[in-house]
Design a protein around this ligand. Structure first.
Ligand SMILES: [Mg+2]
Length: 423
């Protein structure tokens, strides 16, 4: 009798590794590859012409001088007077990102996109670590040839350690932490380089004398109560996940729906007209609905924030006793959200998000909603074909602040989606 089942078992017994791959200075590298005159120079991808533009991505030449993403451009200029500003081109980066993610399936068929420039790849489809390494070598070569950029790869048996490893020798890094070597590797890692440890936790940990991850893991073994008392259960769970040699692969790679969907916009100028604020908010709210529609979800929580011209900010978060699934639902509550936090002064940035998301029920078949349903589907189809910002509501283009912009991508505009990644 042919022992098909035993053959299957052997074929499926893959290596226990998982990799994390992260593009190096993604947006800045794309711009340097596209324009040879920028190669080898300190550049910052930023919203050009904005009063308070922020560095979205810095080239390694700029990073070496201390320029970081999220820094105000004028601050970055102080550190690096020769810094060259290059305008953000979100559509281009989005397109390249999607192409790169497709290319990653040449390494292994199971890829989990973690952000626009990073992903986890399940290597259990390979039976030898060398196979994974060779495939990554080919991938990195193809990436350089096709887009002129590099990526850093970390491989280990634990997704968090793989993420630390991909960051360990950037740019163009390739770090493999062999099964059994996790602790030796972590001993070398400063606590500040562990993803998931925030600024406040870091300050407390340092005040307790924990500088290196090895020391922290020793603390976990020797005096867990001290850490528990200071940081609580969630942090203890996080630390334990760092030491895990096995993780639930199916759980980790399962298709996860977002926990919240939001959009924010930094305007080219301050606005203080209520009607104008409502219109911009409604535009963002429509984007939230489109995005939720993409995931076939609806939400019953809403958060809203303003950043004022004086850089102070105000936010509100509300759990509603009804679900939001249409633009109509959203536009009914936006004036109320605005009124509840607006202090009447000039506004610089606005953001709105929906949370407590769940699968959309199809009970609303009334004709009143049919038109909007059709509109939503049409928008999604157009965006699928031409990219996410291919369609833009007309009412926002009538706004004086918006009209002077040449195209929607000139807005410093962000969409965000929160997923929880745990080991
Ligand atoms: Mg990156």
């Amino acid at each position: 009798m042919v022992q098909l089942s035993s053959w299957r078992v052997i074929a499926l017994k893959g290596i226990p590794y998982v990799s994390h791959i992260d593009m190096d200075a993604f947006f800045a590298s794309i711009e340097q590859a596209a324009n040879p005159t920028l190669k080898g120079k300190p550049i910052a991808v930023t919203g050009i012409g904005k009063r308070h533009s922020v560095v979205t991505s810095a080239s390694y030449e700029a990073k070496r001088l201390g320029v970081k993403s999220g820094m105000a451009f004028f601050e970055a200029l102080k550190l690096c007077p020769d810094l060259i500003a290059v305008g953000v081109q979100s559509k281009k980066y989005g397109y390249i990102s999607k192409e790169i993610m497709k290319m990653m399936t040449s390494v292994s068929p199971r890829v989990m996109v973690a952000s626009v420039d990073e992903a986890y790849i399940d290597l259990s489809f390979h039976t030898k670590l060398e196979e994974s390494i060779n495939r990554f070598i080919s991938f990195k070569r193809d990436l350089k040839e096709r887009f002129g950029i590099t990526a850093s790869v970390g491989i280990s048996v634990n997704p968090i350690i793989s993420k630390i490893a991909s960051d360990y020798s950037k740019p163009n890094g390739f770090v493999v932490v062999k099964d059994g070597m996790e602790r030796e590797f972590l001993n070398e890692i400063p606590v500040k380089d562990v993803p998931g440890i925030g600024k406040h936790t870091l300050i407390k940990l340092e005040s307790m004398g924990y500088k290196m991850t090895g020391e922290l893991l020793e603390g976990l073994e020797k005096s867990p109560m001290d850490l528990y008392t200071m940081f609580g259960n969630a942090f203890m769970g996080f630390l334990q996940s760092l030491t895990k040699k096995r993780f639930s692969r199916n759980e980790f790679f399962k298709e996860e729906r977002p926990k919240s969907v939001g959009h924010s916009m930094t305007l080219s100028g301050d606005i203080s007209d209520f009607d104008l604020i409502v219109r911009v908010t409604n535009f963002l709210a429509a984007r939230v609905i489109y995005r939720m529609g993409r995931y076939k979800m609806e939400g019953s929580g809403v958060s809203f924030f303003f950043r004022y011209a004086d850089r102070s900010s105000k936010a509100i978060s509300k759990k509603l006793n009804f679900t939001i699934s249409s633009i109509k639902d959203m536009t009914e509550i936006t004036p109320w959200l605005i009124s509840s936090i607006w202090n009447g002064t000039a506004v610089r940035a606005i953001g709105i998000s929906c949370w407590a998301l769940k699968e959309k029920k199809n009970q609303r078949q009334l004709s009143l909603f049919e038109k909007e349903k059709e509109l939503l589907e049409t928008v999604l189809q157009i965006e699928n074909k031409f990219g996410e910002y291919a369609i833009f509501p007309g009412n926002i283009l009538f706004l004086p602040e918006i009209r002077k912009l040449e195209k929607p991508s000139d807005l410093h505009y962000q969409g965000f989606c929160r997923r929880e990644v745990s080991c």
